[in-house]
Design a binder for this molecule. Structure first.
Ligand code: SAM
Length: 210
């Protein structure tokens, strides 16, 4: 999957909505990458879908003190942003434990207290989802198998009382299948949304409410 954050932010730290983001070639990040096993499920950088969702939630904020779960959090940039925005309990879940040091680095740099949960969305039971009001996710519907995982996760989450779910995506085929399913089975809306931060990006946000 191509990603232009690397080229456009080579070796830099950028700031988007008061959140610091370190590029893969920043010396600290490169040093972490050298010390450990590489992320293997595309968690090797920060994806543009996170910026689109940050911009969307900047315009349509989540209520203060919400308990938020980011699914497929990768380096935790959106998780860090949410912690600043909602001032509540915010966690990031990822199936790849190799992203954890990058997640921790961004949490420290942004001075936020966020929890990393190692696991898959498939293992997030209704019981575990009771702990959250809102779910966010950026670019995690890239395989056909993931759309079924999302359908089941959304169903469990709504039953558990999660009141809002936001999934941003560049518009890959499994995402459009999920959108179609969500429009048929849930209270869902699809938005085209663009941001100028850190550069012009236009993607999609699927919003599901209880
Ligand atoms: C394309 S990256 C996006 C990362 C981050 N959301 C961003 O925008 O920078 C997808 C992330 O989802 C994680 N992931 C993939 N399948 C998953 C699953 N079934 N449950 C939880 N996380 C998963 C990967 O490990 C990876 O970190």
């Amino acid at each position: 999957m191509p990603n232009c954050l690397d080229k456009k932010t080579d070796g830099q730290v950028i700031e988007v909505f008061d959140t610091q983001i370190f590029s893969p070639t920043h010396p600290d990040i490169a040093a972490i990458a050298l010390q450990q096993e590489q992320p293997s499920i595309h968690g090797n950088t920060v994806w543009e879908a996170s910026f689109v969702l940050m911009d969307f939630l900047q315009q349509f904020p989540i209520s203060n003190a919400s308990r938020v779960l980011e699914i497929g959090c990768g380096w935790g940039v959106l998780t860090s942003y949410m912690a600043k925005q909602v001032n509540g309990m915010v966690s990031g879940l990822d199936a790849d434990n190799a992203v954890r040091p990058f997640f921790d680095y961004h949490a420290n740099a942004n001075q936020v207290s966020i929890e990393f949960i190692y696991g898959t969305m498939q293992r997030m039971t209704k019981q575990k989802l009771l702990a959250f009001d809102v779910i966010v996710a950026g670019d995690i519907c890239f395989w056909d198998s993931l759309k079924k995982d999302w359908q089941n996760l959304i169903r469990r989450a709504l039953k558990a009382g999660v009141r809002e779910i936001y999934i941003s995506d560049p518009g890959r085929p499994p995402f459009w299948d999920l959108v179609e399913y969500a429009e048929q089975h849930f209270a869902a809306e699809i938005w085209s949304h663009d941001t100028q931060q850190p550069h012009y990006i236009e993607q999609y946000v699927l919003e599901i409410t209880r």
